[in-house]
Design a protein around this ligand. Structure first.
Ligand code: SAH
Length: 418
């Protein structure tokens, strides 16, 4: 039921929906010619009126795809522990912002805030606030209900946020449409299944050189879309294909690159860390663009706006876009990261504490979904941005105490139980 990580293709679900987005796109294509896949994806997903995330929301068992935080509370709890562990390793700064990009239904934030509450004695002197970057009005409403009980203030005059409230655990929460609106300051960033939803450009190597894949109207069938190749090079083929590229088909997500640069600059300047988790590859895969509707693969060009569109994240590109401003760790497989974070111990405790068989079965089932290499264990990866000094101590020859080793970064190193 999750957006498992096979390549594109397979049996796609048939078209459907009310066709408003398709009519809008068809008009546009007839008037001004084919558009890039990125433009198509942006329209289909986040068009303010008809976009998929704007209208449908998609995440969850009743939606079109299910994500790890929706499968098990343990997922978010372990991520919450990761932030606390990094906060401690970085000398327990007196304040931090938790900034989540694309929070979906808000479940992950809720699980993290529960951990922060349980560890309140550790965090007691720290001023924590939550900042959610969400373009979908529908999902931000769902997040507000889950996290604050619906007690929110829209368009607060004194803030760059479009909404604010207080979490059920007493932490201030702010909503923004863009990462650039989030105030500067020491921040822990989180992007779970966010980068895969950002628009990609697609390129095909041909005998005449690189061509961009475009979306056009099919001249044979009214209101049907089809892929075509650009007749010549496009600005994107010139800017985004690396000279040493050896693949024949390449997907590039410039928007992910821009966001990555912003995260790296912010961490370099104000401190903190970023944790990115998504399905992806390290610059090796080719055609991964695919659609999901009602938990089934869906033809990406059929009934736009009614299905989730997604492409694997290219972690090698994200690493390059950090431009050395921060150190990077990973990608490591989800099953390794969660194992290193102590998922087995957490599962044992939850199993011991649950008396009824149904709960125990549910715990084991969700553990299997997250960890099984055939399910989400191998294709989802964790990747982190950290300040350089978190991994390599600046040279302090005169201070003998600097010889003590830096604490390992949880999740990316094997868990050693003392
Ligand atoms: N992190 C959540 C949801 C993933 S779905 C989970 O794991 O369950 C993708 C999320 O990103 C949705 O909340 C969607 O509305 C949001 N989103 C998509 N494009 C966005 C953009 N350009 N800016 C901000 N949020 C975006």
């Amino acid at each position: 039921a999750a957006r498992l990580c096979s390549g594109a293709g397979g049996e796609a679900e048939a078209a459907g929906g009310d066709g408003a987005m398709l009519r809008h796109l068809a008009r546009k294509l007839r008037a001004s010619g084919p558009v890039t896949v990125a433009e198509y994806m942006r329209e289909a997903l986040t068009n303010p009126g008809q976009g998929y995330y704007t209208r449908r929301g998609g995440v969850g068992e009743s939606g079109d795809f299910i994500t790890s935080p929706e499968i098990s509370q343990v997922f978010g709890e372990l991520i919450g522990i990761w932030y606390i562990s990094e906060w401690m390793a970085m000398g327990k700064p007196s304040t931090f912002q938790l900034v989540e990009l694309g929070p979906g239904r808000g479940t992950l934030t809720e699980d993290i805030l529960r951990v922060f509450k349980q560890l309140a004695s550790v965090l007691s002197k720290c001023d924590v606030s939550v900042h959610l970057v969400e373009v979908s009005p529908k999902l931000s409403e769902i997040q507000a209900v889950l996290l604050t009980g619906g007690k929110v203030q829209p368009n607060p005059e004194d803030e760059s946020a479009y909404m604010k409230g207080i979490s059920k655990t007493g932490i201030p929460i702010f909503w923004y449409r863009d990462i650039q609106d989030v105030p500067p300051g020491y921040s822990f960033y989180l992007a779970h299944e966010f980068f895969d939803a950002l628009p990609i450009h697609k390129f095909q190597r041909t005998e005449k050189g690189w061509r961009e894949v475009l979306v056009d109207i099919d001249p044979e069938v009214p209101d049907r879309l089809r892929f075509v190749l650009s007749p010549s090079r496009t600005p994107a083929t010139q800017n985004f294909i690396q000279a040493e590229e050896s693949r024949d088909h390449v997907e590039v997500c410039p928007e992910a690159g821009v966001i990555m640069q912003r995260l790296a600059s912010r961490i370099e300047k104000d401190g903190g860390a970023a944790l990115v988790a998504d399905y992806g590859h390290d610059g090796t895969k080719t055609d991964t663009f695919r659609g999901f509707r009602n938990h089934k693969l869906h033809d990406v060009l059929s009934a736009p706006g009614t299905a989730d569109l997604t492409a694997d994240v290219d972690f090698s590109y994200l690493r390059k876009m950090a431009q050395g401003k921060t150190a990077t760790l990973g990608p490591v497989k989800q099953r390794e990261f969660l194992k290193n974070m102590g998922i087995d111990l957490r599962l044992q405790v939850l199993l011991q504490n649950s008396r009824d068989t149904a709960t125990r079965e549910q715990l084991l089932h969700s553990y299997d979904m997250l960890m099984n290499p055939e399910k989400m264990g191998d294709c989802f990866h964790f990747f982190a941005l950290l300040p350089h000094h978190r991994l390599v101590r600046p040279d302090k020859k005169d201070k003998p105490e600097s010889k003590s080793p830096l604490p390992p970064v949880a999740g990316f190193n094997e868990l050693l139980l003392k």
